[in-house]
Design a binder for this molecule. Sequence first.
Ligand code: GLN
Length: 571
Amino acid sequence: MNDFEREEISARSDDSESLDFFPPHYRVGRTKFIVVTGGVMSGVGKGVCTASLSHLLQQLGFSVTTMKIDGYLNVDAGTLNPYRHGETFVLDDGTECDLDLGTYERFLDTTLNRNNYMTSGKIYARILAKERRGEYLGRDVQIVPHVTGEIKYLMRQKAQEGPYDMVLVEIGGTVGDIENVHFIEAARELIRDEGRDNVMYIHVTMVPWSEATGEQKSKPTQHSIKKLLEMGVQPDIIVCRSKHDLQRKVREKISLHCNVPIDHVISSPDTESVYTLPALFQEQHLAETAISRLRLNMPYPAEGEKQVPFVSFLRHARRKNPPLTIAMTGKYSTMKDSYLSITNALEHTEPDEGVQIDVRFLDTTEFDNASPAVLKENLNDVHGILVPGGYGVRGTEGMIRCIRYARERQVPYLGLCLGFQLAAIEFARSVCGVEKATSTEFDPHTQEPLICLLPEQQQIRDLGGTQRLGGHDVALLPGSRVQAMYGRDMVHERFRHRYELNNDYKAAFEKSGVVFCGMTLDQSVMQILDYPAHPFFVATQFHPELLSRPLRPHPLFLAFVQAAKKHQNPS
Ligand code: GLN
């Protein structure tokens, strides 16, 4: 396009405000949108509420997917510190994203992709690239309509991808945050474009308990709804998170002041397990309310066939056994959300194994120089030790001490990613006699680079999105313990790492009794390590926790918990 042509187009494009943000062949009304916003404070469990409703709708026979929108300018969650934001979840296609995507995958028992996740950074990157390509035809590029248009475009693209009956879209943060104004504006425009029957809004809010007056307080919710109304959005359903069940009079107040029928005010009290929440919502007919608001036909199940969501967790919640204690020895242990998928994967084993797992979070930065007595004091009564993933040298000597404790005292050990690398380092130092063994991540000039950069990583300088990411096949060693745990010869697992085991040391390990029983298909990279002389000493370069599902616990977690049970009750 020459400058003259560009000027011509720009003159023409000034005429109209209505730009087209519909993907080709998009059919308005084919997919309904449920937009979920949050109020009062973040971190109240909006993701679990969204996932629970999705699960109920899915159980009723609708095809459903769930998107997460985050306001920050990071393009993805890959460079976020888990200590500040909680765990980074990894999708099969390698997308590094918010932990809510993990919750959705677990509740919907599905595999999501990069189009289920959107950040302001991703939107702006797309818009700036388009602007450089000259696609805006000379117009000034604005938050409205261009940014909001891009957001709506991506929502519609997701809807078409299924095509889905419903797309639930969770907007991160709380109403009033400067970061998510453009997302709420896009949600407001959506009902105008798609029609009233095709879009609805749910607001998840927090109802605090006042110690002084001994009652629940609805005022913060009222304020947050006012804020939402100012932005042009009237919620259809208000989900109230609170410590206890919502009091009748609070429900009435919220209904009156916030302009929703009383049965559209949903109580969401704290529960022992997140997997009991769908049943709680079902009792309050949340899915049915959404379905009738969206003028869909309710697919009534035949009498007696009523589905009870996650029934095994409901039954299990009533059981009380002495807890099985698993030590989570990582460096982000003071922020429990850093290891959300791991605690979920442990919880998934509970109904099958009939156990209550008590996860003891231990911050290994405090063990870097700990004496055996201190370690014993902290680990003496645990039934299993787990070293999770992580980055950087801080806390790793503490983790190595915990692994040594597990190996020497026959305590079941499960190592995940960094936990694989550190298990190898501990074993090499203590058993193979490679005293200086370490990772080049911790000491780039070490004489014993037992763990070193993957070959494809050598030239990479940028940190964002450049690790070995996402789902890859792993070949299991026939006849090995781990192959028996899986009951398969090949598995597909999710990865997120830059470093790997240096094969120059492989023979030394094998001589000392370590079996590498999982590897890349070309057998060049070792990905599972087992020490069969120990009751359970298994470590993986991948993250099995990301694939564990409530009704399908991951085989390695099951085997680990079984070993921990044996350790608790040696027969
Ligand atoms: N820091 C290690 C690596 O990059 C481990 C990564 C992880 O635990 N996710 O390989």
